[in-house]
Design a binder for this molecule. Structure first.
Ligand code: C2E
Ligand code: MG
Ligand code: MG
Length: 711
């Protein structure tokens, strides 16, 4: 009945992708409904034939042309584009109504969905699949395919209705072999391309059988182009018949290709950035940001309280030495190998991350007691025990592992990680290569240290470092003869910080090299200014850390500072501690000799507190011995002659060295050390370390104006 009633146009009516109804011209009763109409209204064609146009449209005034709102069987409303034509069958007037989804609907829906999926961090494939799916649903007579270009090949991304064999044959295809790629009007050059008839087109010879088998006769392709004009892929639609695309279809293909291109471009950018932002480039492990996020997630998971959770903070001891001696490449490879060993020491659900340069952290869900965490830490520590082979070097690495357990050692992610790190630091301080559980009393000290560590790198460039100068006087004449430059850090949070608090951190992190160089140049510059305005210039003593002294290029950096500031080398004295000279004594002697060649003086600071032995002193060409203030401070009366202090002075003089007594606080101490024959005096009695202006106005009146103005 329906074919008849549709006026002899039965076949197209039945096969049309669009909903079609044939209505009685007078009563507006439905005489025929095609399958698409049945799908649209959610009713069978027979049910539809029981209804009339007014019931279907549900509107007070039925719309015959243009947009209207209709209702499905279940009462839900939908928008349609209505087009009506007149026909005649068996002398009966008919109205033939075609119903399409509104034209812009797909494009609007597409844009909204794609944006939402991008914002939801969806991978690109599901987004392309959704675009193709929406397209196919909107244009049931077409089958779409999204193909991406990667390294000169087509990659199948989404083609919900394309046959598997055709999809496979296109996947991975080099672009130059793709249909039509050799022509200027190809999507690979940014143009739309049309294959009117696959059966006849020579460009399709290779895919003809597959395409025709799948019922495909025509193909239209639009390039997916990035904002910068790069071709990212192709959005193609296949037709079942030889016919051109109509305007709405062409517009929709272009819109779909555009949205697909946007999605791909956006993912290319953010996908890469996201990976880089959350992973460590050396080991590929989650970085600190991602690790902390995983930790937060683990803590937010319902029921985790009952299972427990532990954090291991794994510091690789002395990796910085490897980097210093063998270079960054070796230390990076070593870190990577270490990561590969740590992974199997953990369980499947655990997370390993690299949270600092030499530190890993592991998140162990289900480990609920300090004893269990310690046991895991021990396993981790032992996994690193065997030596590593890196670029021909056999290297041994030990780990200082700290453990913190939820909830005893913290309930928040940040606190747990910090406490595990604190425990690891404690392990480092107490011999390294061990596992240490967090103890509450560790935290205050470590918090400050971590703050220092994280801000010290920027101290110099932010102008937070400063040198104070403490005067030194002739033992014989009592005249000003020099100044010791002493570093201060004006920390924005901690306030004025003494070297004892931050020099050890700077040494451990290697930042001391940069900071030490700054102090050296700054002190030389100041001494040169003073010298320029004075008839009797004073020497400046600069403290140098063992880490700095041991570095290649140290002597060159001193020469450079002298050259740069124009300071007479005889006015510079490098102060070293015994620690700097304790390692390779021959190498130390060589460096001291080279400093002497430059014309700079050297002094052995804090003498008497370390390993000092007579033979040791004999072999080191230092010009000055600075007796540690512990000796000076033993002196309580003018007549005191502490045997050690006297011994040091006698010994130094016998070896031809001059002696400085530091830490002189009382007149009695001054008198006593003078009586011992000490050459130079320094201490609070004469003056504390003070800023340049104060120093100059008090001790260098003749240059005060100059010096004060120069800072
Ligand atoms: P140091 O080289 O032995 O410096 C002498 C320290 O004793 C200074 O402490 C000084 O303020 C203090 N002092 C001076 N006179 C007296 C006194 O009469 N009584 C007492 N009780 N103390 C006195 P400061 O400035 O805190 O420096 C501590 C250490 O930090 C220095 O010991 C030095 O080893 C290191 N340091 C200072 N500046 C630098 C630097 O630029 N580079 C390096 N590597 N180390 C530095
Ligand atoms: Mg000193
Ligand atoms: Mg000292």
């Amino acid at each position: 009945m329906s074919a008849e009633a549709s006026g002899g146009a039965g076949q197209w009516f039945e096969a049309s992708p669009w909903a079609g109804l044939a209505l009685d011209g007078d009563t507006l009763r439905v005489l025929a409904a095609n399958p698409a109409a049945a799908r649209l209204y959610g009713r069978t064609p027979e049910q539809l034939c029981q209804m009339n146009w007014a019931e279907l449209s549900g509107d007070a005034a039925p719309v015959w042309e243009g947009r209207a709102v209709h209702r499905r069987e279940d009462g839900s409303a939908f928008e349609v584009e209505v087009a009506t034509g007149a026909a005649c069958a068996d002398g009966r007037a008919l109205r033939v109504v075609q119903l399409k989804p509104p034209a812009c609907d797909m494009e609007g829906t597409l844009a909204a969905e794609v944006v939402e999926m991008l914002a939801g961090r969806q991978a690109v494939e599901p987004i392309l699949f959704r675009i193709a799916e929406l397209f196919d649903r909107r244009f049931p007579a077409l089958a779409s395919a999204a193909l991406l270009l990667a390294d000169g090949r087509l990659v199948h991304a989404a083609a919900p209705r394309l046959g598997v064999p055709l999809r496979h044959s296109l996947d991975g295809l080099p672009i130059e072999e793709a249909p039509g790629s050799g022509e200027p009007a190809s999507p690979y050059w940014g143009e739309s391309a049309n294959t009117a008839d696959i059966a006849a087109d020579p460009r399709w010879s290779r895919w003809r059988a597959l395409a025709l088998d799948g019922g495909l006769r025509g193909c239209w392709s639009e390039p997916m182009v990035s904002g910068a004009g790069e071709i990212l892929g192709v959005f193609s639609v296949f037709l079942a018949r030889v016919r051109p695309l109509d305007r709405a279809e062409r517009r929709a293909v272009r819109a779909a290709a555009h949205m697909a291109g946007l999605a791909v471009e956006h993912r290319n950018l953010t996908g890469e950035l996201t990976y880089q932002a959350f992973h460590d480039p050396v080991t590929g492990l989650p970085n600190r940001i991602l690790f902390e996020e995983r930790l937060r997630q683990a803590l937010a998971r319902p029921g985790h309280e009952g299972r427990g959770l532990a954090i291991l903070y794994i510091h690789l001891d002395r990796i910085s030495v490897v980097a210093d001696l063998l270079g960054r490449q070796v230390s990076d490879l070593l870190l990577d190998q270490a990561a590969r060993r740590l992974e199997p020491a953990l369980r499947g659900g655990d997370t390993l991350g690299r949270v600092r340069e030499h530190d890993f952290a592991a998140l162990l869900p289900g480990v609920g007691s300090p004893a269990a965490a310690d046991a895991s830490g021990e396993r981790v520590r032992q996994s690193l025990a065997a030596p590593f082979a890196v670029l021909g070097h056999e290297l041994t690495v030990t780990a200082s592992v700290g453990a913190a357990v939820y909830p005893v050692h913290g309930t928040e992610a940040a606190a747990l990680l910090l406490n595990a790190e604190t425990a690891s630091r404690a392990a480092q301080r107490t011999g390294r290569n061990r596992v240490q559980s967090f103890q509450p009393e560790m935290s205050a000290r470590t918090r400050q240290r971590l703050l220092i560590e994280s801000t010290l790198g920027r101290a110099a460039e932010r102008g937070e470092l400063n040198l104070l100068y403490q005067p030194q006087f002739d033992g014989a004449g009592g005249r000003l003869c020099g100044a010791e430059a002493l570093l201060r850090w004006n920390h924005p949070e901690i306030g004025l910080s003494s070297p004892a608090a931050f020099i050890p951190v700077a040494e451990e992190t290697g930042l001391i090299v940069e900071i030490g160089r700054w102090a050296l140049v700054e002190a030389c510059r100041q001494a040169a200014r003073w010298a320029a305005g004075s008839e009797r210039p004073i020497r400046v003593a600069v403290n140098v850390s063992p880490v700095q002294f041991d570095r290649d290029g140290f002597v060159e950096s001193v020469a450079e500072a002298l050259r740069e500031t124009g300071l007479d080398p005889a006015l510079l004295e490098i102060e070293l501690t015994e620690g700097a000279l304790a390692g390779d004594i021959d190498r130390a002697a060589l460096t001291l000799g080279r400093l002497a060649e430059l014309g700079a003086g050297t002094a052995l600071d804090d003498f008497g507190t370390g390993y000092s032995s007579l033979s040791y002193l004999q072999r080191l060409p230092v010009g000055v011995i600075k007796m540690d203030r512990a000796f000076t401070q033993q002196i309580v009366s003018e007549s005191d002659r502490p045997p050690l202090a006297s011994g040091i002075v006698t010994l130094a003089h016998a070896l031809g060295r001059r002696v400085v007594a530091e830490g002189i606080e009382t007149e009695a101490q001054r008198a006593a050390v003078c009586a011992m024959g000490v050459d130079v005096l320094q201490g609070f009695l004469f003056g504390p370390p003070s800023d340049v202006g104060t120093f100059a106005s008090r001790w260098l009146p003749e240059t005060a104006r100059l010096a004060g103005a120069s800072r």
